[in-house]
Design a protein around this ligand. Structure first.
Ligand SMILES: C[S@@+](CC[C@H](N)C(=O)[O-])C[C@H]1O[C@@H](n2cnc3c(N)ncnc32)[C@H](O)[C@@H]1O
Length: 294
């Protein structure tokens, strides 16, 4: 485990109603894993796929009988379950996550297992034709990102592809609450050595891990009621992410931004209203995909 002086070890925690969080040894992941989070992950999948289009597999790649696919940090397995409807039953699907609470039942085609992306099973070398990894921004530290990409590289077959989706920027450009919120998130992420600007660093990290054929795509997702019902869904999903970070923030004594649970909740409500009010508010995502050499 990396040595970090956690803000939580320095401040007096603020009492609040806590949700359920993962307890995997050494993991810094700051979002909950409960039924509300499962519902949010389903919503998030819809919001993201609407932005990307119908493509679940981003690189130009047609999965063949016998191919194997891994979803790293699979959560509720929503991406894999969707993929299973688009491929024949002789394509094998695997999901791995540090927290099994949201796993669906494994089936003959889809196998879920507990483990960290930082140390994939040794017997998975040269196995997968495609590895998908989506939204581990709030999970992986500065030191873990290179390690995870090396692990993905190891587990791909020669010529196989990795596809990564990460959040890049979010909130109202000139909104006071959004600005204050970005500053608080930077402090929270820094206290755990999490890489808040991972999306910017991914092309270089992929190159360092030995990947070729590196592609980057970006999408801006309109967020807030000014953008209609779809903007409201995007808002609800991402403000839902920030609501889920309440316990890490309050356990760290509020990080100098809030002094009570009520203040935190009201801040998130205000943030949502600010996104509604400021036309042009977006959440920007980055999609990177790259290939292991033949
Ligand atoms: C924001 S959720 C995204 C879930 C899924 N990828 C999706 O897009 O629906 C992040 C997931 O990464 C998992 N996670 C966090 N750290 C991890 C690690 N070191 N290895 C594997 N999974 C991890 C969390 O438990 C959580 O399920």
């Amino acid at each position: 485990m990396e040595s970090s002086v956690s803000a939580e070890s320095q401040s007096t925690p603020i009492q609040h109603h806590s949700r359920s969080y993962q307890t995997y040894p050494g993991a810094q992941y700051i979002l909950p894993s409960d039924e509300d989070e499962r519902a949010r992950l389903e919503l998030q999948h819809r919001v993201l796929q609407r932005a990307i289009g119908p493509r679940l597999v981003i690189p130009t790649l047609s999965l063949q009988p016998g191919d194997q696919v891994l979803d790293c940090g699979t959560g509720s397995g929503v991406w894999l379950m969707d993929l299973s409807k688009q491929v024949t039953s002789d394509v094998s699907l695997f999901g791995i996550d540090i927290e099994p609470r949201l796993f669906p039942m494994s089936t003959a085609q889809i196998v879920f297992s507990v483990g960290s992306a930082t140390e994939l099973p040794a017997h998975w070398s040269n196995k997968f034709r495609l590895v998908n990894q989506r939204l581990l921004i709030a999970a992986l530290s500065v030191k873990e990102w290179p390690r995870v990409l090396q692990e993905i590289h190891r587990t791909l077959v020669p010529g196989g592809w990795v596809q990564l989706l990460e959040a890049k920027r979010w909130g109202a450009e000139n909104g006071d609450l959004s600005t204050k919120h970005r500053q608080m998130l930077e402090k929270l992420f820094a206290s755990r050595n999490l890489l808040i600007d991972c999306s910017v660093q991914l092309p270089r990290l992929l190159d360092d891990a030995g990947f070729k054929n590196i592609h980057v795509e970006e999408r801006k997702l309109p967020a807030g009621s000014w953008a209609g019902p779809e903007g409201e869904e995007t808002r609800d999903n991402f403000i839902g992410v920030f609501r889920g970070m309440k316990t890490p923030v309050l356990n760290a004594g509020g990080l100098g931004y809030v002094q009570s649970e009520q203040e935190y909740d009201e801040w998130m409500n205000g943030l949502a209203r600010e996104w509604d009010a400021i036309e042009g508010t977006t959440v920007d995502i980055c999609i990177c995909y790259a290939q292991k050499s033949m």
